[in-house]
Design a binder for this molecule. Structure first.
Ligand SMILES: Cc1cc2nc3c(=O)[nH]c(=O)nc-3n(C[C@H](O)[C@H](O)[C@H](O)COP(=O)(O)OP(=O)(O)OC[C@H]3O[C@@H](n4cnc5c(N)ncnc54)[C@H](O)[C@@H]3O)c2cc1C
Length: 382
């Protein structure tokens, strides 16, 4: 049974801003629990203007059963040093998934809709006020008993309600090419190079019916601006893959929060989740699994609050959302961009390989280091 006023079509129990990973999963969870839910998104349709590489860690699928037909399993990571020496990392039973991200967005949207949520694409959230425990969303002519901001790294909901905002970002840039047989499909190809990708990595991904190549950079010490130089990155790596022969299908770029959770996360009747809340691993820059996990939890907590007098969702989520303490500091250290010469000398020493294994596979798989099948090889002449 829906709990919002049946005679007022503008009144919802929950309005979610952002129809992406976090928002759609939250909407589905809340609608399944009987709330009247609307999801607003500025995009004109699900799957439009995707801004992510869309790689899922295995745990993301455990949070949200994604249809296998929209994914491609990738068992290992091939990690390249600046001098092109590489090592292969695996953990038994573990894999990553490349995804057809626009198709996953459409699938998530259908799932939320089937659960009963109204999807309002082409509707931008601009402003709102809270009065008498009702959030009035101006411009869209909507009212909500609760508002969930799942509107990404530069959340307008956070801004309007004076909530915490992301201040540290990686800037990611990616090009999608037609599928290339030159890219070994068993690996995420990850390039360490602190000249070209200071603070993060470059990557080449054997995607679903295509190949993705990109890089991300962090700001430098004292917030100095850095911009990804995609052309220089491709000049450095493309002798290996010859993607210059492949048709470009799409280009994208965007900010990735990497400074940990924002604070405050909530105010009365308003909560942030996903990127808006800073729910991105500062080390891997992965946010999709956390968006699935905590988007769903946020939807469930809001339902319990509105239907059963449950705990305040903001208080509950502040307890449940992960703090990234050590990882945030490791990220800041990496942003200082140690010189490539030092990385060439140390990247594949046992402690550094163990660190790389931990970053990619963490507690997953069996005995972590002993389960690794490392291989160091010179770049094949191409
Ligand atoms: C280049 C790049 C590559 C990445 N690669 C990966 C990866 O491989 N794996 C991984 O796990 N993570 C990756 N990430 C991070 C990941 O994409 C995010 O963590 C994830 O998308 C967060 O999901 P979300 O639902 O919180 O927000 P988003 O996916 O950012 O979605 C926010 C939604 O809100 C909507 N919106 C924003 N403002 C408004 C408004 N005012 N009104 C209405 N709608 C609004 C947007 O249109 C959008 O649909 C990458 C990020 C970037 C930029």
């Amino acid at each position: 049974m829906r709990t919002a006023h049946k005679n007022d079509p503008c009144l919802y129990d929950l309005v979610v801003v952002g129809a992406s990973f976090a928002g759609l999963v939250a909407a589905r969870a809340a609608a399944h629990r009987g709330l009247r839910v609307a999801v607003m998104d500025a995009k004109r349709e699900p799957g439009a203007r995707v801004r992510t590489t869309g790689i899922l860690v295995k745990e993301a699928v455990e949070e949200c059963d994604i249809p296998a037909s929209l994914t491609r399993k990738i068992p290992g990571v091939r990690l390249y040093a600046p001098n092109h020496v590489y090592t292969d990392l695996f953990a038994p039973g573990y894999y990553f998934l490349a995804t057809d991200t626009p198709a996953i967005m459409r699938w998530l949207a259908r799932e939320a809709q089937r659960a009963g949520a109204d999807l309002l694409f082409g509707t931008r959230f601009e402003d709102a006020t809270l009065a008498d425990d009702m959030v009035r969303i101006h411009g869209a002519d909507l009212k909500a008993r609760y508002l969930l901001g799942a509107d990404g790294a530069k959340s307008r909901v956070a801004q309007v309600f004076n909530l915490g905002r992301n201040t540290e970002f990686l800037i990611g840039m990616e090009t999608e090419y037609e599928e290339s047989p030159t890219v070994d499909p068993d690996f995420l190809h990850c390039f360490v190079d602190t000249d070209l990708a200071p603070g993060y990595l470059g990557w080449v991904v054997p995607g679903v019916g295509l190949t993705q190549a990109g890089l991300a950079v962090s700001h430098g010490p004292f917030g100095a601006r850095r911009k990804p130089n995609f052309e220089a990155f491709m000049r450095r790596i493309d002798h290996r893959f010859a993607l210059w022969n492949c048709e470009v299908k799409a280009k994208r770029s965007g900010p990735i929060p990497c400074g940990g959770l924002v604070s405050p996360l909530s105010t009365r009747r308003v909560l942030l989740t996903g990127d808006a809340a800073g729910l991105v691993s500062p080390l891997t820059a992965g946010g999709i699994r956390l968006a699935f996990q905590f988007g769903r939890r946020a939807g469930a907590a809001i339902s319990e609050y509105l239907q059963d007098g449950g705990a305040d969702p903001g208080v509950l989520m502040a307890r449940e959302y992960p703090g990234f303490g050590l990882k945030t500091w490791m990220r800041r250290a990496w942003s200082a961009a140690p010189p490539n010469a030092l990385l060439n000398a140390t990247l594949f020493t046992p402690p550094m390989r163990a660190l790389a294994q931990w970053i990619y596979f963490q507690k997953r798989g069996g005995g972590v280091t002993s389960a690794t099948h490392d291989r160091i090889a010179k770049t094949p002449a191409t």
